[in-house]
Ligand binder design. Sequence first.
Ligand SMILES: C[S@@+](CC[C@H](N)C(=O)[O-])C[C@H]1O[C@@H](n2cnc3c(N)ncnc32)[C@H](O)[C@@H]1O
Length: 402
Amino acid sequence: MSTSHTDAADIAASLRAEMVRELREMGEVISEPVAAALATVPRHLFAPGEPLEAAYAADRALVVKRDASGTALSLLSAAHIQAVMLEQAEIEPGMRVLEIGSGGYNAALIQELVGAEGMVVSADIDPGIVERARTCLTAAGYDRVEVVPADAENGVPEHAPYDRIIVTAGAWDIPPAWMDQLSAAGRIVVPLRIRGRTRSIAFDRSDDVLVSRSYRLAAFVPMQGAGAFREHTVRLAEGVVLQVDEEPQRFDVEALRRALGSPRLERWSGAAFDLPDELELFLLTNMPQVAMLHAAEELVDQGRFALSAARGVPVLIRDGSFAYRTKRPNQETGGFESGVFAHGPDAETVAAEYVELLRRWASDHRRRGAARIQYVPKTARTSLPSRGLIRKRHGTVIVSWP
Ligand SMILES: C[S@@+](CC[C@H](N)C(=O)[O-])C[C@H]1O[C@@H](n2cnc3c(N)ncnc32)[C@H](O)[C@@H]1O
């Protein structure tokens, strides 16, 4: 090995150790096996041509492929989300693991975790990515990983059953093949989109349904192939968009445009505002007709929309009126109070309905523990509750709260 190669390997090793230290500090790495895997696999060999510092930045994803419009189709995911998902998966030596969405690096980490007795299958819909992953894995010494071209919708039946299925592309649904190919005590870790937001959810199998054990917000490149979903956006005005990605919903767009121009009604809940991600999940799964409202930052800066709309906020729509959540400092108790901005002829009604949800969240559920997310395939013989249902193509997501 030449001196420069030795130097690069030494620098990579020290950057790798630093990355693991940072991931521990962030609380993303908590177990020794995941730390050891991250400390062992030479991540830079899966990012050829990138500076070593970029390859080992804990929170940086590197684009491998884009489509014609510039949208990223394949990434070397950021190490922090890979660590989160591996912790969620709790992979043990000897397990059989299917990874959906290849790149090589995550599969090599999984190979470290399953050891010599285990098996790793990594599937990608894009033959170019399959080839690239194989090349990188060989260069890094992980050629035992089986990289196959396949559409996630079908899984990879020839190597099933799997103890773990780890999905590394944003999914809208859980195809039947994943259930069919999952072992009786298996777990699926999947970035699942629920009403416009994606969470990495660890689901344990319980007979013919899946039950969550943990979840975290996460962003992923979209699933392609048979399981691809189409997001619907409704433009209300320059910089103002409604995003709808569940079953098609009909809005009176002209009436909503008129409502946008009408004066703003403010109503305050008297309830504390915190844990915004949890509250958002509650709202998204308890509103009868729901979309996400997005407003451009300059409109927020001009005071025309609450800050919540810059990131996207659940909006409650009734005919030509709508309401969405905001917050203000609570002078008496410290922290924040939740409230609502509403527009349109029925602004009072939609605001009252939204405020009621904010109060119900605060009095019945806030800080009582995480939601329980279940996935019930259409084929399961399980009766469904009346609330918190999100219909998918192959089954139903049920979100309930302690
Ligand atoms: C974030 S990248 C995968 C990252 C990779 N796991 C790593 O080690 O960094 C997501 C991948 O999912 C793939 N993908 C998207 N839709 C797919 C599908 N239906 N079936 C299989 N792979 C898919 C994309 O081609 C892309 O390479």
